[in-house]
Write a protein of this length. Sequence first.
Length: 608
Amino acid sequence: MNLFAEPRPAVQSFGNATTEAIAHRGLHDLLASNDLAAWFQPVLDLHSGLIVGYEGLVRGPADSPLHSPARLFGEAENLGLSAEAEIATRLVVIRRFAELALPGRLYLNVSPASLTHPDLRNGKTAKMLEAAGLSPQQVVIELTENKPFFNVDGIMDALRHFREAGFAIAIDDLGAGFSSLRLWSELLPEYVKIDMHFVQGVHLDPVKYNFLRTVQELAARCGTAIIAEGIEHEEELTVISKLGIPYGQGYLIARPAAAPSLRVPETIRCLLGSARIQVAAADSPRRRQGTAEKLLVHVSPVEPPTHNDAIFERFEKNPGLHAIPVVSKGVPVALINRDQFVGRFARMYRRELYGRKSCMQFADTAPLVVEKNLSLQDLSKTMVDGESRHLSEGFIITEGGRYIGLGTGAELVREITQMQIESARYANPLTLLPGNVPIDESTERLIEEGTHFVVCHCDLDSFKPFNDAYGYRRGDEMILLTARVLSDACVAGKDFIGHVGGDDLVLLMQSADWEPRVRHALAEFDRLAVPLFDPADRAAGGFSSVDRAGNTVRLALTTLSVGAVIIEPGTLRSPKEVSSRAGEAKKRAKQTEGSTLFIERRRYPLVS
């Protein structure tokens, strides 16, 4: 968000130097007295739903024409007080950020001109931070642009100086500035902010969508985090989140405020949760996965002025045509169902009365309209929750709000039924959890979507000896218990549980609080598994079994080991690589006695 704008004169001098001098003195006194207010707007982690920092903004006195930051900085530019204005605003923002003890990082707006200004060098910003009890590591220098600058080398040197001092760097308004791409390529900043022009309406504009997708892919390869600015509608947030862009900012999340909230509204957290890639068992196997586009049949639409006689003739010539869409300028406005239309139009005198009138006379003006990328599971839920007529009348399918075809309830039921049959075919017969095929397909889907997720390989310790000592029925109870406590750790729609085979299970987790959930599952396993052992073994804290050499050995009570690997977008190519890394983490977990969670925290390089 740019604090600086093209100069807008706040006073009219009419060539009068005295008037300009008065304005100069008034603005100088305002800046010297620090009669400015600091406001803050949160930056949201779109994966976890947590606030990771705040952009610092300024406002002039509420009763002053300089209340607007654009007016304030424009007048400072006119009167040659830009450096003084920047010093004053940095000071008030830093002090207030410290006073409010806001969490995360402070995103501090800095103009290119100030980076090379002699009054703003020599560690002045670092001294301000030190006086406020803050460190450079808590601050992101956000470079703003409002007009071309030509001293690129000087700007680069200054930004490198900030980075060496511990500051992170962000480039603001990518796509709207003048030198952003060169700075990005040469400086490799920690953050790049996407100008709101490309964010607002992204759900309706394929060009904006492809621009953001390309920028996100480039950022992932450069090790830069994208911040999407100007998010104002739920549809925009959903698209941004699904693209894998890690951070967002805008009025939908929170408006700038003098005392900002420390939490985003629960509605936003729920929206982010629903935007996650769905990896529930019913989504697999992949060849039966699908969206509304899978049901699409193109039927040539008609315009609203089309006469009813023409509609009747189309139905007469095409006995298999169940409906005709009515479209105006590419946007669907109604649906004409065959049975409904013929039943009403064919009555006595109806054709004579209404034959030359608009087809809207007998059209359903509130049809079910769905986007082509809506999953079949969500479409099924929409049909069940909606009006029953949609199941028989069918629905309109759109792309970006524009008509592309029709779908029928009968085809939807057929697809859902087939998906359920194949899901059962690939399920583990004991736990009925998805098996290896759905696990691999869900993993591959997460990789292809560029989603941040965690894979957990879960394995019982000393399970084979337990199975030998107590019999397979008790062993099955142990596996079912493990499946139950791990299932309880999963959040519907965000997390996935699969059964590899034997006593090995896999979790694919997108929930932000996955770690405490898994740790709770381990504690629950330890508590609930105790009754599966005989009283004497429980009292002794272990049980006896026979090893492969025929020797009797004493083993501790069975525990559960979990190896977790955090998968960043663009780091792995295949489910096989994910499985291998998770297997290594599981081995590390099993090296520790008792029920254990081992988290592999190594960063893996991006793949080309």
